[in-house]
Design a protein around this ligand. Structure first.
Ligand code: ADP
Ligand code: NA
Length: 326
């Protein structure tokens, strides 16, 4: 299984619940490669210093959240050169009109106006190389990534039919769809997803937010004036989202959390939610700050990871190049 996170800001509880915490569970079940996709981050403008810091911070958070380097491979995407190399080869088998159909490209391009890079357009092919390089069977995807994974499968199929003769050179990975609690919404409006790229820091709880910041953000988050804390996705999206977060951080089902909180006032609920968040995040934060004190140790883990990933990638690259005539 392969999965990545972009170093485009500080990781938040949506990334934790939707990715990192799931990855920790997957460690026991699959052979995993988890990486920080810094090459994807530069498809939109990045400040170099900020990118370097966010990349190292994300890698340290993988470890602090419980990814164990003795069970999983952790590395930085740009440290394995084959990602870019395979991307070019796949570019040459990918029709332009496949990329023109990508919803995420159209949305991001609309926001950026005239400064859209070729890289932003080509993002899905780089993603295909991230996955196909390691002959992955599974890719965990949220609903917004399903179109991209379909494209990965199409590129793989097209490559095999153009160059594979009767052999399957590249695998066709399957999506591992997350459950419905995996989508955490922004705190300032219950209808857009919590995201690193929002300019409003009050819209998310970062994994590294100290207790007083968490308290302030929960205090000020958007609520409604109705009585009772219940799940009602259509009528009360904010309430449902907060209850979802509470359920996830107290390891309860939504139904159990609802039974516990149904009679609470907003004030009471916000207090228990703040407590649950600060208590759960505290050990992660402690571990993170320890890791950041010893950068050589962190860099060594990442080097071990990229060495191992490169060795797998080389096998695929050799097969791909052989059948393309290099
Ligand atoms: P972001 O959208 O914050 O920039 P990424 O696109 O880098 O995050 O996604 C990294 C991982 O975190 C992906 O597996 C994605 O599905 C998950 N993720 C991101 N935002 C959320 C969210 N709001 N709720 C649940 N999972 C999320
Ligand atoms: Na994103």
């Amino acid at each position: 299984m392969v999965s990545g996170v972009q170093p485009t800001g500080y990781l938040h509880i949506g990334n934790y619940l939707g990715a990192l915490r799931q990855w920790v569970l997957h460690q026991e079940q699959y052979e995993n490669l988890f990486f920080v996709v810094d090459l994807h981050a530069i498809t939109v403008p990045q400040d170099p210093k900020g990118l370097a810091e966010a990349t190292l911070s994300a890698a340290a958070l993988f470890l602090a959240c419980g990814i164990d380097p003795s069970k999983s491979t952790i590395f930085i995407q740009s440290h394995v050169k084959a990602h870019v190399e395979l991307c070019w080869l796949l570019n040459c088998v990918t029709p332009v009109n496949w990329l023109e159909k990508m919803i995420q490209f159209k949305e991001k391009a609309r926001k950026q106006g005239e400064n859209v890079s070729v890289g932003l357009f080509d993002y899905p092919v780089l993603m295909a190389s991230d996955v196909l390089l390691y002959q992955a069977d599974l890719v965990p995807v949220g609903e917004d990534q399903q179109q991209h994974l379909e494209l990965v499968r199409s590129i793989s199929k097209r490559f095999n039919s153009l160059y594979g003769k009767k052999k399957r050179i590249l695998k066709e990975p399957k999506p591992l769809i997350q459950g419905n609690t995996s989508r955490i919404m922004a705190l300032d409006d219950g209808t857009s997803k919590m995201s690193k790229s929002s300019t409003n820091d009050m819209s998310r709880i970062n994994i590294l937010d100290p207790p007083n910041t968490i308290q302030r953000k929960i205090q000020r988050c958007k609520t409604d004036s109705l009585m009772g804390i219940v799940s009602d996705p259509v009528g009360r999206p904010e309430c449902t989202n907060l209850l979802n977060i509470y359920a996830a951080f107290t390891n309860q089902s939504l139904t159990q959390a609802e039974a516990e909180c149904r009679e609470m006032s907003w004030g009471q609920f916000k207090r228990v939610l703040t407590d649950a968040l600060t208590t759960s995040l505290e050990p992660i934060q402690r571990k993170y700050h320890e890791l950041r004190k010893d950068e050589d140790f962190l860099r060594q883990i990442l080097k071990n990871g990229s060495d191992y990933a490169s060795s797998i990638a080389q096998v695929t690259m050799q097969q791909v190049k052989d059948c393309m005539g290099f």
